[in-house]
Design a protein around this ligand. Structure first.
Ligand code: GLY
Ligand code: MN
Ligand code: MN
Length: 441
């Protein structure tokens, strides 16, 4: 069972409480999700709840009461100890554990939420709660809010608005602390080693599913929770399906294999890496040409992920290299500016070049605020993942070259995890090799 490093979580709570400045935040944890019949998916804690508590049980709720004095500000509602339930579903920390091990100022049974929540909320300036995500708790919160609005109109006190916790937490989670960077490095290193394992053993594998087993088995062997997201193991034309997860086709010599996989650690920090390798150990002429374009776009984009740059710039840098390369081989035509302006490349490259990475694989944090691009800062972690996907699925835009069959079925993406640093961007996934000379045998 996970025991938190209390210093890490206490520091985050302190920052969050300071930001709340008179407000009361209600942060629900996750619930178990049904898989089928009476079987559930493995439990996955809500990332915001986790970030502030390190508490890894379902059906818990945390309160952060910045209007209360020190020692009454962090309240946990948890499932109480229950011998029978624990025999069926496993250990619970209970109320005592929540206070002793997770440093709640006070813990209560989740069954007391209805009665106690109005008392705790009383006296705050505003309520902080994510509307639209937790229907059962939302009903309780809205009832309290409605009563407070009434009393405010008569007595002049009470919460007069509900704000989203994301305003505060997204901003905090976007910049990774020293502790988080260390954990992210571990998650990415395990993920990179899994990709290396694939590269080293590809010649003995016959089916996509075996590769998935190899990678995910390695994650577990290394003590990770498992895959951070559904692993994508896509050979040949399957690689042109961006979220391909069937992973059950035979591996054919002459095809490429695209693997997009990363692990999630026990404290939910994630890797997210893609490599595309030749199954036979040799790229065909066309595969090599496309690979070189994608690799060049990726390397140029990584170089642009420096302090003061932004994710649109990183995307545009990659896009330009991809388009220039595709023009050179006759798969696009016209001016690069015109192709970008009219999105005439989208049948070959249809996604963005990256995203924030952290406790969520597509981590929280704004990329822009309206017209304003959020600048890259020290401690941000993002993926850089350009690709080219050549298939018949999306029609060629009018005026663009018809695609010769020799290119079809080539799907290539190269994805690394990048830490923005004072000096140069640090490629955390460097252990997963990607040069053509590394991939051929
Ligand atoms: N694996 C999901 C992504 O690359 O965004
Ligand atoms: Mn990604
Ligand atoms: Mn990925």
């Amino acid at each position: 069972m996970f025991k938190p490093d209390n210093k890490v979580f206490a520091e985050r709570r302190e920052i969050f409480l300071n930001k709340l400045d008179g407000k009361a935040a209600i942060i629900p944890g996750a619930k178990l999700v049904k898989h089928h019949a009476d079987c559930e998916y493995p439990f996955r804690q809500d990332s915001n709840f986790w970030y502030l508590t390190g508490f890894d049980e379902p059906d818990a709720i945390a309160l952060f009461l910045s209007h209360k004095p020190e020692g009454e500000r962090f309240i946990l509602f948890v499932s109480p100890k229950d011998v029978i339930s624990e025999v069926w579903h496993g250990f619970r920390w209970g109320l005592e554990g929540a206070e002793k091990e997770f440093k709640a100022d006070k813990a209560h049974s989740i069954n007391e939420l209805n009665d106690l929540l109005p008392i705790y909320i009383n006296g705050c300036d505003e309520i902080v709660f994510s509307i639209g995500k937790h229907p059962l708790i939302e009903k309780i919160v809205l009832e309290i809010f409605s009563k407070q609005l009434e009393s405010r109109s008569r007595l002049g006190v009470g919460a007069n608005s509900i704000k989203s916790p994301e305003i505060y937490l997204n901003e905090m989670r976007l910049i990774k602390s020293e502790f988080e960077i260390k954990r992210m490095k571990e998650a990415v290193q395990i993920s990179a080693e899994a990709h290396e394992l694939v590269r080293e053993s590809i010649s003995s594998k016959k089916n996509e599913r075996q590769i998935q087993g190899l990678i995910e088995g390695f994650f577990l062997e290394k003590g990770a929770r498992g895959p951070a997201y559904n692993s994508i193991v896509a050979s040949g034309d399957n690689a042109c399906i961006l979220h391909y997860t069937s992973n059950n086709a035979p591996l054919n010599n002459g095809d490429l294999l695209l693997v997009d996989a990363g692990c999630s650690l026990t404290d939910y920090y994630n890797g997210d890496i893609t490599r595309t390798i030749p199954i036979s150990g040799k790229f065909s002429k066309e595969q090599k040409i496309i690979y070189e374009i994608v690799l060049s776009a990726q390397k140029t984009a990584i170089k642009s992920a420096v302090i003061g740059s932004n994710s649109s710039t990183v995307h545009n840098v990659a896009l330009k290299v991809l388009i220039e390369g595709l023009k050179e081989i006759g798969l696009l035509s016209g001016s690069t500016e015109g192709i970008i302006e009219h999105q005439l490349y989208k049948h070959l490259y249809m996604h963005k070049t990256g995203h924030w990475l952290g406790l969520d694989v597509h981590d929280v944090g704004a990329y822009r605020m309206g017209e304003y691009e959020v600048p890259l800062k020290n401690g941000m972690i993002l993926t850089v993942e350009p690709g080219i996907y050549i298939s018949d699925r999306i029609p060629v835009p009018e005026g663009q070259p018809i695609i010769d069959d020799k290119w079809k079925g080539i799907g290539i993406r190269i994805e690394d995890d990048i830490l923005v640093k004072d000096t140069n961007p640090e490629v955390l996934s460097i252990a997963a090799l990607k040069e053509i000379s590394d991939l051929e045998f």
